[in-house]
Write a protein that binds this ligand. Structure first.
Ligand code: AP5
Ligand code: ZN
Length: 207
């Protein structure tokens, strides 16, 4: 199955994608994680503003399409079924995606802006496993895991604000694009993670 998960920064794309990948035996294809794993690769180019993904990400801006399209193309070539998270983020990327693959379902996680900020500023990650936690909503019981949790570089208040601006400007039109085509399934992303998963899994099962 080819599943696309859309949502603002902090909507829960990563949290739900991981569970979907496990439950339905799908590849979790995420441009954010891929770029973080290659933060310092040299993408210097005459037309580009910065030389590395890190600089774009720390500023809350989009990494250039050429770089991201290439990552997605390679990842999708190597995936049978997948859940795509963090891409497409603008209409050009959506156009590119439509040229390289077909989608079986497009799910949009709907979450209010205040809640997004709360989630992003409280997020913690386990650097060993990639598991996603939250200081208020979801902390691990294991003290050893709690001790090694880290915050993402772009989860500072200033960068979060910029990421939300970029989302409204560039990525909201992508949501509308799929809505206009009648393929968007909206899920209330403000429920508990388990409840959100139930709703998303229903869509994936029927896809
Ligand atoms: P990316 O890594 O994709 O970040 P994002 O889209 O901003 O989304 P997040 O990962 O912040 O949020 P999420 O929806 O995955 O939420 P999560 O599950 O973690 O991109 C980062 C950067 O990379 C971009 O800014 C850009 O620079 C670059 N980039 C990436 N893709 C690109 C592209 N295609 N083109 C160009 N540039 C690109 O959950 C968030 C928190 O909420 C966690 O703490 C979690 O525990 C908690 N939580 C989750 N669900 C719930 C719930 N139901 N109730 C309570 N808390 C919850
Ligand atoms: Zn994510």
């Amino acid at each position: 199955k080819h599943i696309l998960l859309l949502g603002a920064p902090g909507a829960g794309k990563g949290t739900q994608s991981k569970r979907l990948a496990d439950e339905f035996d799908l590849e979790h294809v995420t441009t954010g994680d891929a770029l973080r794993a290659n933060k310092d690769m040299d993408i210097g180019h005459m037309d580009f503003e910065y030389d590395t993904p890190r600089e774009y990400m720390d500023a809350g801006e989009l990494v250039p399409d050429d770089v991201v399209n290439e990552i997605v193309k390679t990842a999708l070539q190597n995936a049978d079924g997948y859940v795509l998270d963090g891409y497409p983020r603008n209409l050009d990327q959506a156009q590119y995606l439509s040229e390289i693959t077909d989608l079986d379902a497009v799910v949009y996680l709907d979450v209010d802006e205040d809640e997004l900020v709360r989630r992003l500023t409280g997020r913690r990650l386990d650097p060993d496993t990639g598991d996603i936690y939250h200081t208020e909503f979801d902390m691990p019981d294991d003290e050893e895991i709690r001790g090694r949790l880290v915050q993402r570089d772009d989860d500072t208040e200033e960068t979060v604000r910029e990421r939300l601006n970029v989302y409204h400007e560039n990525t909201s039109p992508v949501v509308e694009h799929y809505r206009d085509r009648g393929v968007l399934v909206e899920v209330d992303g403000e429920q508990t993670p388990d409840e959100v998963f139930e709703d998303v899994a229903d869509v994936v099962e029927d896809a």
